[in-house]
Design a protein. Structure first.
Length: 736
């Protein structure tokens, strides 16, 4: 009997976390591969989960078991009409408005009902088991651990097993089979529930020895207790999304990284709700307060090396904080009578955490401020390691001491700046190390401890230097774009997270000289010297605007069209107070907002040269590197037109993929790099780069063929042919 209930919960949870990345993968081509697609999708799934838990709470508190079974099976049958999962026809994302409402509406139409139905399985099976005569009915919460284990399996299996081996249509068909299996298992559970009714068909009371005195009480939970559940669920959900954004923005923009924080988040649920939790809650509480201090230290010093150690620290803190918050929830869980209401509050907390991070924070903050806020909240919610006697003096000190720490830090920094004393790394690290010892002494006072952390997060000496260098910052659906001066103060840089997307000299007479990946001594300089006659009125298309540095190669009489998906980037590149490339360009230039592939498909214009400059970030737009995409590019190229791809990337080796695509289409492909740049070159604003050129015939590349750096692109057996229905980022991960 337990095996059937457990299998049902496992299958449902696996389906939930299989469909999430699968549908996000379907949507990515419509929104340019932005990481915000995943965050928005996660919010939708959290809200749908909340709706599912609300349905279970309503049904089980208002209806008898027999009516619950009839209603739920009817909903499962109705959801079959929405399968297999696919993008509905006619859905095109907006180019001028915020795409979040459009994306949420699309997900509601395409997968809303199936996801809603599957999301109800976990709490419903626990409630049904609690309504039987089985001994486990006294405490069915172990099924929650099984549910999160299934979620973990679904989450990890998609990028590692399913995506590399199955096309999108096959994945959707597999999910349909899984849903059919779930329906059969649910029918079996319904039959067992009806055949083995408990006393009055309701859950048995939980033994005090099992859950403790408070959890054993069957009284209705108080408002204070419910709000505590809400915050304990909200903090780790916000922390999970915040740590992902922080790492990819400020440490290392590594793709697929969202899998790890979410996996740790789910693992914590599995462990704390297990019948015998393997990790002691008290140890997790101590570790939380020990780990947060070095974490704050590396955040305040803006450390980026060593990358693996820093990521491990962030992820370890996330896991421990989730263990503490979820552990508090497990210790305070009510008896089975209030099981569905408990899950409803958990789902509401998770949804609020997601809404705050994905919808509110990008509109309120220009930096990833949601992450430190979640850190402080998690520390505030952690229980005190030892009881302390409350008193008015202690409460006043809980507020006064953190305030004094913040004021002393700000005052000390202001005094040093006024006297011209440089804030060296030694001074900053020494100051925070000393404060860490002081703050650790507050561990018995959670409020004082958390507020002291908030004080040193706000009073950050590194912010002085960043404010000094910062010129402009704008946060949009597609990420955080910052314009800053480099260490010399002579060059402006456009940064998207930690990735440089454009550079320009501040000196007016030198501002049109291309820098970074686009220097004249690099591969792209070879292309413009070798291909085409500037006097011929060349037509050029560029996917990816950046700072507009490629416009430095434009000549009078030419027509240049940039395709850019992020309105914030367009605003930055076209503002002459920030970058002058477009403002000073002698050619006719226009910027088309929207996904490059969709925009190219909507035009009949033909180009002599097409440059794809969208692959240097962590969010690789997969749909721009498929067989169908390559076919479109050459439909938009003139008979002797050339396609140029900028392939510089810290984490992906895209050359074998481009070589495979070109060979499949019967095209010629050559590559060149400038990895031989010296430190002096780099100090002058040159960044090593990698480019590929693709043409219909070798004759079209004859001018480059005589240049030794341009070599035939290599193919590798491990890299398959990407199509709109199949891709595998794992296959193009750099091995060194």
């Amino acid at each position: 009997m337990l095996a059937l209930y457990t299998a049902t919960v496992l299958v449902s949870a696996t389906l939930l976390f299989f469909v999430q990345p699968m549908f996000a993968r379907m949507v990515l081509p419509l929104l340019g591969g932005s990481p915000a697609v995943w965050n928005t999708a996660l919010v939708f799934f959290q809200i749908a989960l909340l709706a599912g838990y609300g349905y279970v709470h309503f049904a089980t508190s208002r209806l008898g078991v027999r009516h619950q079974v009839v209603l739920h099976l009817a909903l499962m049958v109705l959801a079959f009409t929405c399968l297999p999962i696919a993008i509905p026809r006619g859905w095109t994302p907006p180019t001028q408005q915020d795409p979040i409402p459009w994306l949420l509406a699309l997900m509601t139409m395409a997968i809303g009902l199936p996801f809603f139905v599957v999301s109800t399985t976990g709490p419903l099976m626990q409630r049904w088991l609690g309504a039987t005569q089985h001994s486990a009915a006294r405490d069915p919460y172990f099924l929650y651990a099984a549910s999160n284990l299934g979620s973990l399996l679904g989450l990890l299996s998609y990028p590692l097993l399913l995506e590399p081996r199955l096309r999108i249509a096959q994945q959707s068909a597999l999910w349909l089979v899984g849903y059919g299996t779930l329906a059969a298992l649910t029918l079996g559970c319904a039959a067992l529930t009806l055949r083995n009714p408990g006393r009055a068909g309701s859950p048995l009371p939980v033994e005090p020895s099992t859950l403790g005195a408070e959890s054993a009480r069957a009284e209705r939970p108080t408002l204070r207790r419910r709000l505590r559940w809400l915050l304990l669920a909200m903090a780790p959900a916000s922390l999970m999304m915040g740590v992902t954004t922080h790492i990819t923005t400020d440490v290392a923009a590594i793709p697929l990284l969202w899998v790890v924080p979410l996996a740790l988040y789910l693992l914590s649920f599995t462990l704390v709700f297990a019948s015998r939790p393997p990790l002691r809650h008290e140890i997790m509480v101590v570790l939380l307060r020990m780990l947060v201090l070095p974490l704050i230290l590396v955040m305040q010093t803006r450390a980026t090396d060593p990358v693996l150690m820093l990521m491990a620290l962030h992820l370890l803190f996330l896991f421990v904080a989730a263990m503490v918050c979820h552990g508090e929830l497990a210790r305070d869980r009510p008896d089975a009578t209030h099981l569905t209401e408990f899950y409803l509050w958990l789902a509401l907390g998770g949804a609020l955490g997601g809404v705050f991070n994905a919808l509110i924070a990008p509109r309120v903050f220009t930096a990833v401020a949601e992450y430190p806020i979640a850190i402080v909240l998690a520390c505030l919610l952690a229980p005190s390691p030892a009881p302390s006697r409350p008193g008015s003096r202690a409460r006043v000190l809980d507020l006064a001491i953190p305030l004094a720490i913040g004021l002393l830090l700000l005052g000390g920094m202001g005094l040093m700046e006024a006297r011209g004393i440089p804030l060296t790394r030694v001074i900053v690290v020494g100051t925070y190390a000393g404060l860490a010892f002081v703050i650790y002494g507050f561990r018995k006072r959670p409020l004082r401890f958390a507020l002291a952390l908030a004080a040193i997060l706000i009073a950050n000496p590194q912010d002085l230097d960043e404010r000094r260098r910062a010129v402009y910052a704008e946060r949009s659906f597609f990420g955080i774009n910052r314009v800053v001066k480099d260490d010399t103060g002579k060059i402006l840089q456009l940064l998207h997270g930690t990735t440089v997307h454009g550079m320009e000299r501040i000196v007016p007479l030198e501002c049109r000289e291309p820098l970074g990946y686009y220097v004249r001594s690099g591969p792209i300089g070879d292309v413009f010297r070798a291909l085409g006659d500037p006097a011929a009125g060349r037509r050029v298309a560029v996917a990816g605007l950046g700072a507009g540095a490629l416009a430095a190669y434009a000549n009078a009489g030419e027509r240049w069209t940039y395709y850019e998906i992020d309105p914030a980037v367009q605003h930055i590149a076209t503002d002459p107070k920030l970058f002058c490339y477009l403002h000073e360009c002698p050619a006719e230039v226009r910027v088309v907002l929207g996904d490059a592939r969709l925009s190219l498909a909507a035009t009949d214009e033909r180009y002599d040269l097409m440059i794809l400059d969208a692959y240097s970030s962590d969010a690789i737009p997969v749909h721009l590197l498929t067989r169908e995409a390559l076919r479109l590019y050459f439909e938009r190229l003139a008979p002797h037109g050339v396609l140029v791809l900028h392939l510089s990337n810290r984490y992906f080796d895209l050359v074998p993929l481009v070589a495979r695509l070109a060979a499949d289409a019967g095209l010629v492909c050559r590559v060149s790099d400038s990895y031989g740049f010296t430190m002096k070159d780099i100090a002058e604003g040159k960044i090593p780069s990698l480019y590929a050129v693709v043409a219909r015939s070798a004759e079209d590349l004859r001018a480059l063929a005589s240049d030794p750096p341009w070599k035939p692109a290599r193919q590798e057996a491990r890299v398959g042919l990407w199509t709109d229905d199949y891709s595998s980022l794992v296959s193009v991960f750099r091995r060194n």
